[in-house]
Design a protein around this ligand. Sequence first.
Ligand SMILES: Nc1ncnc2c1ncn2[C@@H]1O[C@H](COP(=O)(O)OP(=O)(O)OP(=O)(O)O)[C@@H](O)[C@H]1O
Length: 293
Amino acid sequence: MNSVLKLEKVSLDIKKDNILEDISVEMETGKIYGLIGRNGAGKTSILSLVASFRKPTKGTLTIDGVDPYENEKLMPKVDFLYEVDYSDEYDTAGKMFRMTKRYKVDFDMDYALELMEGFGAPVDKALHKMSKGQQAAVNAAIGLASGSQVTIFDEVTNGMDAPSREYFYRQVLAAKEKSSRIFILSTHIVSEMDYLFDEVIIVHHGRVTLQEPLDVLLERGFRVSGPEEKVAQFTAGKELLSTERLGPIRSDMVLGRLSEAELQEIDRLYLDISTVKLQDLFIRLTEDKEGVE
Ligand SMILES: Nc1ncnc2c1ncn2[C@@H]1O[C@H](COP(=O)(O)OP(=O)(O)OP(=O)(O)O)[C@@H](O)[C@H]1O
C-alpha cells in the first residue's frame, strides 16, 4: 500500500523551550529518507513526533491524512528503533521477536532470525549479556523484519562493527525493494550511508532547512582538479568549500551549479570535474555563518 507521511508547519515546545519550528516535510512509500543534522539539531525530536511519542505543539502530522497520535490502528504501523539501554533486559532476542510478533502481525520471524545470523548475533542470549553491537543488531532486525509502513532507524548502527553496518545497509536497500515502506535513517555520520538515501532532509537549529532528492542536492556543488594555476584561474571568485593539494595537482570543491560556459572553460583548460560528497555539503550547509539556504 502506498502511503504519504506529512508534517505541515509543525512546531514543538518542551516546557518553555521551542525545540522545533515550522517543520514541513513529506515522505512517501518506496523511499529511504536521510534525516541529517548536527548534534542537537532536532532529528530525534522530529522522529519522536512521527512515532507518536509526542504530539506537535502546533501544526499537523498525518499518515495518509490521518493523525497517528493515540490512534490504535496506525501506531503499530510506525516503528522507531534507536539505541536502547539493555542493561536490565533479561529476555533473549528470540523472546523479543516472539513478543513483537504478537502485536505486529506483519513481523517476519524467519527473516528476523536470518538477520541475526547475518549479523553474527545470538538469538538465545539475554540482551543484557550481549555486546553493544549485538544489541544494535537486535534493534536493526526488529525494524527490518517488522514490515511496518514507516520504519525509523535513529543512529541504530551505533556499536556495530564495519561488516555489520555494511550488512545492515544492504538489508535496508533489499527491504525497500521488496516492499512498500517508508524508511527514515537519522544520522550525523553521513559518509557511509549517503548512497542509501533517495532524499535528504537537513535539520538545523530546530528547522528543516532542506528536503531534496540526493542527486539534485549533489548538483549544488562540484569538484574541479588539475594543475594548480589552472584550477586557481577557474575557481577565482567562486565560493570554495575546500582546497586540497597533492603534489602539483590542486582539487577545489566549489559551491554552485556549473553553467554551459563554465563547462566549456573546464574543457578548454583540460581540468577534471567530479561530484561532491554529501558529507562535504552537509558540513557546509550546517555551518553557523552566513551560508547558502
Ligand atoms: N526532554 C527535553 N527537554 C528539553 N529539551 C530537550 C528535550 N529533548 C531534547 N531537547 C533539546 O532539543 C534539541 C534537539 O534535540 P534532539 O535530541 O532532537 O537533537 P538531535 O538532532 O537528535 O541530536 P543528536 O544528533 O545529538 O542526537 C536539543 O537542543 C536538546 O537539548
